[in-house]
Design a protein around this ligand. Sequence first.
Ligand code: FAD
Length: 768
Amino acid sequence: MPQQPQAQVFDLVVVGGGPGGYPAAIRAAQLGLKTALVEKERPGGVCLNWGCIPTKAMLRSAEVLETARHGAEYGVLADNVRLDYAAVLARKDRVVKSLTDGVAGLLAASGVTVTIGHARLTGPRTVEVVGVGDAPLGQGGPRYNAPPAPDGAPAATLEGRNLLLATGSTPAVLPIPGIDLPGVVTSDGAFLLEEVPRRIVIIGASAVGAEWATMFQAFGSEVTMVELMDRLLPAEDEDIGKALARSFARRGIKVETGRTVTGIAPAGDQAPPLVVTVADPDGGNPREVEADVVLVGVGRRPNTAELGLERAGVATDLRGWVEVDDRLRTGVPGVHAVGDVTGRVLLAHVASHQGLVAAGVMAGHDERIDYRAVPAATFTHPEVASVGLTEAAAREAGHDVAVGRFPFSALGRAQTFGGVEGLVKVVAERDDGHVLGVHVIGPGASDLIPEGVLAMQLGATLSDIAATIHAHPTLGEGTMEAALVALGLPVHIPPSRQPTSPTRRPPAGPSRRPPARPAAGPAAADGPVDSRAHAPSGSATLPHRGTGPGAGPVKAAPAALASGAPGQERAPRFDLKVTVDATRLLGLRAELNQQTGVEVGLTDLVVKACAGLLAVSPELNASFGGDRLLVRRRVDVGVAVVGEDATLVSAVRDADRKSVVRIAQEVAELADRARAGQLGAEEAAQAAFTVSSLGVDQFTAVLEPSEGAVLAVGAAHPEPRVVDGQVEVRQVLRLTLSIDHRVVDGATGGRFLGRLKDALEQPLQIVA
Ligand code: FAD
């Protein structure tokens, strides 16, 4: 019997180093978890090795080839343009290597222990690592779905307080006669073709099939696509599928929709070697198509073979996908799963996002995943990208929709670029204009969709998009123009005879719906509001505030630090607390002081860290304004400074744009003037977020009406802590975040505090 190696113990063992597993491992390590990762192949998973990246590298070669061929249209003449397919593959390999090496480097730099081998669960806490068997497609082929080595002797045993399963998915075998013939490949096998096939039949017209069709057509193949559904990219909006079909037809790609492949047979001695029978779903109207290669571009199944799920007691659904909740927990305590293996959304960015959330959850943060604003991109020529509901899905879900379509042919940048195919389509709620979905087909679609994603994430309206100034000439103007069309106010195309929106409103109204993010409070979000536009609402009666709305020098109320000042209407608020290991932060402060000669305080570093987070998490840069949420555009951070006879709050304006040294200088100057009683009313904070550092630990602040949150920073003090299994004396800092519950909920506040803790514990990013 082989000897069982001594178990190495970790806080977290991640199985699988793809886009789900590797970001989770890095984040977990950042959050202080001692982390190991087991991977069969090179890190990066299917995405970097056999999916997203190699296909995009090859599609780029296809694009360059097409552009060179059409150079004359741009006044650029090139003779003898031709393809060197071996060079295309070599470039693809270089790109893949560069990125997978990069991931390996990141894992190493983060202190993640990486073990190469096949991981098998032996219980809910233990993983044994054995050798990897032969690659299913032979030498040079993928090993991510290889079986364990036949000898099976464990090379390592890892024990984890938590396990994260991120083993991905693998091509499914379709039940078609002849599917196992030579020349029939999945997308894995397509990478191993040494030549461009003269004739190729592609089964399935979703993203993978459509991208290979684009590529091989550009490289010179005669391409036939067969799709069971009634259009290309069936998951996309109908208008998009139709537009892509028109474009494919122009390029000479033959598309048979509403059809299926009923059999593949060898063609005897003839070339090409395969005959594919394409028929209606009921077998009617059969037609034979000759092919050198048949590419199966549909169907994935979870990569769970020989993973030992049963030994850990992890449940799967009927199709074998690992079941998880919105915190990525399986039913077994401590065992989480992310990415394709969960069968939720088989996309790399979803896997990564799940991985980051799972890492936070395992580190004890209150995080959940929200799938409402998930983008998808397909890198066909022209590209396709989308987020949210299609028009049909929105109607099915009972929405009364307004739709705006804007063709790229009407856009200056598209004309100059030379890619005038396609359109932007915005689907919104008719009565209040809230964006339900954005769909793009055309040049740069994948880079345009983030505007739609952000719109959905923040609960934006058509008016919000239309009122946002877009640079000219850019392809991004298409989204703004589509929003204007949906509002019935098109500028660059003739008005439609049937306005899509009954109430034509100029694009200025603020949105009143909670953002897609569920964490937003019930009264969230009132669009971007410039805090300068609001009348000051400060009150001199509040305990830690001395600045009032009136002119002249500030008359401060006596300082009273504890919450609960009498006679004052209080916001519904809650407090969140966290302890931060501030050892590195203190080291950084000492270095800064030495280098700059400016006395940078801990509070200044905290202010800077908060400002950076508020710039990307505006939900905490907001306050409650009666019937609406006032979200500040500028990142002003209130700072409590001790004055003559009271604690006063002034603001560091645009703190996200200032260096920590500059912030330190401003805060010092404010404090000096506060002590001298010279702080003017114009310096009253009016910031929605305040940092208050009074040097005591157990202190919770009072919220001003203009404030959504106050962060109380305690004094740093030494405490023994366990680091990498050793007891060390570390400097710790306690933070208390008091939040107006009408502004955000606990989950959002918790996430903010978690990120702040991360930032303060990895402080180089604060001064970067
Ligand atoms: P994977 O990337 O599959 O990673 C799982 C990892 O686990 C693998 O590295 C594997 O070796 C390892 N592993 C499995 N079992 C074990 C074990 N027992 N022990 C140790 N290691 C193990 N998505 C996009 O978002 N954009 C795209 O453009 C895109 N293009 C694609 C193109 C193609 C051709 C394909 C096939 C997919 C594409 N995808 C794309 C999908 C994307 O690749 C996946 O959604 C993504 O890779 C899933 O990440 P994951 O971490 O869950 O799994």
